[in-house]
Design a binder for this molecule. Structure first.
Ligand SMILES: Nc1ncnc2c1ncn2[C@@H]1O[C@H](COP(=O)(O)OP(=O)(O)O)[C@@H](O)[C@H]1O
Ligand SMILES: [Mg+2]
Length: 268
C-alpha cells in the first residue's frame, strides 16, 4: 500500500472562485486537475514538475484536502481522506503539512518567530505535552533542526532574508512530527545558492525524520536533484511518471523533452 493513493482526482474551478489569488484562464470553467491518479510511497520524494498553470498547486492541495475535489478520491495510509470528519480529520492534518513558495506571505508578520513555530504545538500539543516548558523545548529543537539560532526567537519575520524565512516555515511545518510534506515551489522565490541550501536542508530532514515529500517545482533540474520519482504535469494531467533517471535520461513524452530542453543546468 502506498502512503498516498490519489484516484481520478478532478478539480474544476468556476470563474469567480479565487482562493489562492490565481486567475482563471478565461471562459467559465478551468479544469485545473483532470482525472489524475497517483501513488506516493513512504520515504520517497515524488517530484511534480510542469509549467506554470499546469495544475501542480491544485493537485498538491487536493492531496492534502486543503481544497475539495470536484470528483475522485485520496487515501492516506489506506484511509479515505475525503470521508474523514472532525477528530479523525484533525489527526490526519497533523501528519500532512505544506511548505509554501513565498515565505513572506506565509508567515504572519504580527507574530514573533517563537509564536509562529509554537502555534501548531499550542493548538495540537507536542506529543501530548502542552505545557509552556514542553513547547519551548520543542521550538528550540525545531530551530536546531533547520539550522537557525535561538537568538532569533524574539524577532519578527520581516527581519529575515527569504532563505531564513523559508527555514522558519519549515520548522513550523515539522512541529507536529508530520509523515508527509507538500513542498510547493519552496525555492522558486529564492536566489539559486540560497535555494540550493534549502533543497539540501529538505534532503537532510528527510533522512533525519523519515519524511515523504511531494516536491513541486517548474524547474526540472531542481526536481531532479531531490526526487526519487518524477511526475510530469501538463494541462491538468500527469503525462508521464517514472524514476528520476527514466524521466531525465529517457523521457517518453514530447512535453517532458521540451521541459528538459527549456531548463538550463543548475549548480547544486
Ligand atoms: N482558486 C482558483 N480559482 C480559479 N482558477 C484557479 C484557482 N487556482 C488555480 N486556478 C487555475 O487553475 C489552473 C492551474 O493552476 P495551479 O494549480 O495554480 O497551477 P500551477 O501550480 O502548476 O501553476 C490555472 O489555469 C489557474 O489559473
Ligand atoms: Mg503553483
Amino acid at each position: 500500500m502506498a502512503l498516498i493513493e490519489a484516484r481520478k482526482l478532478t478539480k474544476i474551478y468556476s470563474q469567480g472562485e479565487s482562493v489562492f489569488g490565481a486567475k482563471p484562464r478565461g471562459g467559465n470553467e478551468v479544469r485545473a486537475v483532470d482525472d489524475v491518479s497517483l501513488d506516493i510511497h513512504a520515504g520517497e520524494t515524488l517530484g511534480l514538475v510542469g509549467e506554470s498553470g499546469s495544475g501542480k498547486s491544485t493537485l498538491g492541495r487536493l492531496i492534502l484536502r486543503l481544497i475539495e475535489p470536484t470528483s475522485g478520491s485520496v487515501r492516506f495510509e489506506g484511509r479515505d481522506l475525503l470521508a474523514a470528519r472532525g477528530g479523525e480529520m484533525r489527526r490526519l492534518r497533523r501528519d500532512m503539512q505544506i511548505i509554501f513558495q513565498d515565505p513572506f506571505a506565509s508567515l504572519d508578520p504580527r507574530f514573533r518567530v517563537e509564536e509562529i513555530i509554537a502555534e501548531p504545538l499550542v493548538i495540537h500539543g507536542s506529543h501530548g505535552d502542552q505545557s509552556a516548558s514542553g513547547i519551548r523545548l520543542r521550538v528550540r529543537e525545531l530551530l536546531g533542526a533547520v539550522g537557525l539560532d535561538e537568538s532569533i526567537l524574539r524577532r519578527f519575520p520581516h527581519e529575515f532574508s527569504g532563505g531564513q524565512r523559508q527555514r522558519i516555515g519549515i520548522a513550523r511545518a515539522l512541529a507536529l512530527h508530520p509523515k508527509f510534506i507538500v513542498a510547493d515551489e519552496p525555492v522558486s522565490a529564492l536566489d539559486v545558492s540560497v535555494g540550493a541550501q534549502i533543497v539540501n536542508l529538505l534532503a537532510q530532514l528527510q533522512r533525519d525524520f523519515g519524511l515523504t515529500y511531494l516536491f513541486i517545482s517548474h524547474s526540472m533540474p531542481v526536481v531532479r536533484y531531490l526526487s526519487t520519482r518524477i511526475a510530469v504535469m501538463h494541462r491538468g494531467k500527469i503525462v508521464e511518471v517514472g524514476t528520476a533517471e527514466q524521466i531525465t535520461e529517457r523521457p517518453a513524452h514530447a512535453y517532458t523533452r521540451s521541459l528538459l530542453e527549456a531548463t538550463p543546468q543548475l549548480a547544486l
